[in-house]
Design a protein around this ligand. Structure first.
Ligand code: GUN
Length: 281
């Protein structure tokens, strides 16, 4: 019989971390300090709506106040900038999260740049990105930070390991590479123009798939005993939530694997809560 990988459960790791965050929020409250997160969503992206609802619910569970700003699709860039300016100045708002993607008539980077770096709980502002690059930071990007927490929880050592990240986005691929590098991994970033991708992924001790394509990583791309982290949040042909990895075949080859759902997703939200509390502390 084929060996099965150990499942890295984002739910288990999240639960422990969220208990800790809840206590920190209560401690701040006892000192008269409320913790508040502003969540902005523009337009009618159904996936974004689900993410935003999950983020708000997670805030409530740990005692963080969430303020939602749901704006119509036609919102102009100036209107959104004006809202961010107001939130930057608001004493009740400690963290500002603008759910991406934004409608195409709005320049995403201009919006990110307008958020006060001290309230930038996504760690997308160039100031915070620069700190990540240096390896000294207040806010860690939520998804990569959540992945590092899971690796730590399962005692998976990154030091000296070959880490291959598929995807070079500003949200996941690039910052993920920096965090793995900080832990002394030997890091390689692959992307859509990479030649002989399979040769690269087969060399990975730790493989992070952040592609955004359902079932992209197949068992023949994975080294025996590799740790496989699936950042994908896709819908398959039946409309079911699925990752970037062919879980059923890859789990027979990997030593550890994250499922979708229940893997990286809950950790991303947990690290958002962490950053929001940290903004006050
Ligand atoms: N869209 C997809 N992931 C994220 C995220 O982590 N933060 C924000 N703001 N938007 C996203």
């Amino acid at each position: 019989m084929k060996r099965m990988a150990e499942i890295i459960s984002g739910k288990v790791v999240s639960a422990a971390k969220r208990e800790e965050i809840k206590k920190r929020v209560a401690t701040l409250k006892a000192k008269g300090k409320d913790v508040g997160l502003a969540v902005i969503i523009v337009g009618n992206n159904s996936a974004s709506r689900v993410y935003v609802n999950n983020k708000k619910k997670a805030c409530e569970e740990v005692g963080i106040k969430s303020f939602e700003y749901a704006l119509p699709e036609e919102t102009t860039q100036d209107e959104l900038l004006a809202l961010i300016e107001k939130l930057n100045k608001s004493g009740a708002v400690n963290g500002i999260l603008c759910q991406l993607p934004l409608p195409s008539h709005i320049d995403e980077q201009a919006i990110i740049n307008a958020i006060d770096p001290a309230k930038d709980v996504d760690a997308f502002h160039p100031f915070n990105v620069g700190h990540i690059m240096i390896g000294d930071y207040t806010f860690l990007p939520c998804t990569p930070a959540g992945i590092m927490e899971m690796l730590k929880y399962y005692n998976i050592d990154v030091k000296g390991k070959k880490c291959v990240v598929i995807g070079r986005s500003n949200i996941v691929g690039k910052p993920m590479s920096m965090l793995l590098l900080k832990e002394n991994g030997t890091v390689e970033i692959c992307h859509s123009r990479t030649e002989k991708l399979k040769e690269e992924t087969l060399s990975a001790d730790i493989l992070v798939a952040a592609v955004g394509k359902a079932y992209f990583v197949t068992a023949d791309m994975v080294k025996d005993g590799a740790v496989v982290i699936d950042v994908g949040m896709n819908r398959n042909e039946e409309g079911k939530l699925c990752g970037d990895v062919c879980f059923d075949e890859v789990e027979k080859k990997a030593s550890y694997i994250t499922p979708v759902p229940g893997g990286v997703g809950p950790m991303t939200i947990t690290m958002l809560l962490e950053n929001t509390v940290r903004a006050v502390e």
